[in-house]
Design a protein around this ligand. Structure first.
Ligand code: TXA
Ligand code: MG
Length: 329
């Protein structure tokens, strides 16, 4: 693995050279770290599936740097897509649009649409500006595991398998992009993420459909029922019910064998070091930013099980609850 300490090249230039020759580089974005390859090079993209052990029926998001670039990779772009793009790109939004023929089928898993996103992270944007190809990048985690929100998370799991991790610090949003598609021409949220439903509805001035049910049918977006999952058994209960919920588990497990992922406050009868609080001030943006790191830390503690609670179902709460739900299946 090449490190960022190469004396002659800046990390950014090194990343660009590696990507240009078809290697994989983990890149920072404001949502989660991505595992990037040249999206126009099918062989480079194939390495992503190998390294992640990702089924090839699960399509990848293509990353570019400006709204003008969208028409290079998609066609027949609806007005609503541009309305969203003008306000939210760069940002935590992915648009599913009819793909141009030169996007390799491996990227879209043979689907006629391509997911396009412009990350709002200065280093990612600079990287993309300097390339003459877009980047296909899923989250940089082994398939099904918790998404990485720091360079260290990526190194811990994929460090040996990829050419480089470009370190851009901790992700500011911490949860993946919101995916919006246009089935039958209607704007539809297919994955809750870093842009809230409320914001999308206010930009479009309409009620927006959501279709984010867990399915194992990959032709619906790869929203598999079990995803983002820790290795430890993970149980989630309704908002505010954690205390009562934990009582049942305390009959079977010693308190020190229970890990807790709480929204605002922990539990009196579980050791404090086993508990992570997502946001003491009940701020859903902070909770989203903390979520995946907290799940990882709990997974690495010597506990047997992890108990969690849903958060209020508004703003980024929908995306947090979606991830908690999938982690628990
Ligand atoms: O924030 C994000 O979106 C991050 C960063 C790295 O950009 N990427 C990310 O990628 O979360 P990934 O591969 O972990 O999740 C992308 C999801 C997958 O569930 C995939 O099935 C869906 O997007 N997707 C991508 N292209 C699609 C398409 N053409 N049609 C339907 N679903 C698609
Ligand atoms: Mg992912």
């Amino acid at each position: 693995m090449l490190t960022n300490s190469n004396e002659l090249l800046s990390p950014l230039t090194l990343a660009q050279l590696l990507l240009a020759r078809g290697d994989l580089v983990a890149i920072p974005t404001e949502t989660v770290y991505g595992l990037a390859a040249n999206a126009l090079n099918a062989q480079a993209v194939a390495k992503i599936f190998e390294v992640k052990k990702r089924p090839t029926f699960d399509p990848l998001i293509v990353h570019t740097y400006s709204v003008e670039q969208l028409a290079r990779y998609a066609h027949s772009i609806p007005d609503e897509a541009y309305k969203l793009a003008e306000v939210l790109m760069p940002g935590a939004l992915t648009l599913l649009l009819p793909k141009q023929a030169h996007i390799p089928d491996i990227v879209t898993a043979g689907l006629p649409t391509v997911g396009l996103r412009i990350p709002k992270h200065p280093l990612a944007l600079e990287l993309l500006h300097g390339l003459d190809f877009p980047l296909a990048a899923p989250s940089a985690n082994p398939f099904g595991y918790i998404s990485p929100t720091t360079a260290e998370h990526v190194r811990a799991q994929l460090g040996d398998a990829i050419a480089m991790v470009l370190d851009g610090g901790a992700c500011s949003i911490g949860i993946e992009s919101t995916i919006v598609g246009f089935p039958n021409g209607e704007p539809t949220i297919l994955r809750f993420g870093g842009i809230s439903l409320e914001e999308i509805e206010s930009i479009l001035g309409m009620v927006v459909k959501t279709f984010t049910h867990s399915v194992s049918n990959p032709s619906a977006p790869g929203m598999l029922a079990s995803h983002y999952a820790p290795k430890k058994p993970f149980y989630v209960t309704t908002s505010g019910n954690l205390e009562a919920f934990s009582k049942g588990f305390l009959q079977k497990y010693a308190p020190e064998k229970i890990g807790v992922l709480a929204f605002e406050a922990g539990l009196a009868h579980i050791p404090a070091e086993n508990q992570l609080i997502l946001s003491p001030t009940a701020d859903l943006n902070e909770a989203a930013q903390q979520l995946f790191g907290a799940m990882r830390r709990l997974d690495n503690l010597p506990v047997r099980i992890i108990l969690a609670e849903f958060v209020p179902q508004n703003g980024l709460g929908r995306a947090i609850n979606d991830r908690l739900q999938r982690a628990s299946v």
